[in-house]
Design a protein around this ligand. Structure first.
Ligand SMILES: [Zn+2]
Length: 67
């Protein structure tokens, strides 16, 4: 699966591990993209402002997108 970086337009290639994924992905240009995928389909993508500290394994469920 590929996603387009919102900052530079680069096509970021993601492997199967990202078929069902929600979280940040880093582009070559250094931009952080917050993506959400489901069954290898891109459900959402947004550009994340760079943060001073790296985010470790913080898994949050903030998916109140029901109904
Ligand atoms: Zn980029």
């Amino acid at each position: 699966m590929r996603i387009n970086c919102l900052a530079c337009g680069h096509k970021v290639t993601l492997d199967d591990a990202y078929d069902n994924f929600e979280g940040p992905v880093k582009c070559l240009c250094g931009a952080m993209l917050e993506i959400r995928t489901e069954d290898a389909m891109l459900k959402g993508i947004m550009l994340v402002e760079p943060r001073p500290r790296p985010a470790p394994e913080s898994k949050r469920m903030e998916g109140a997108a029901a109904t």
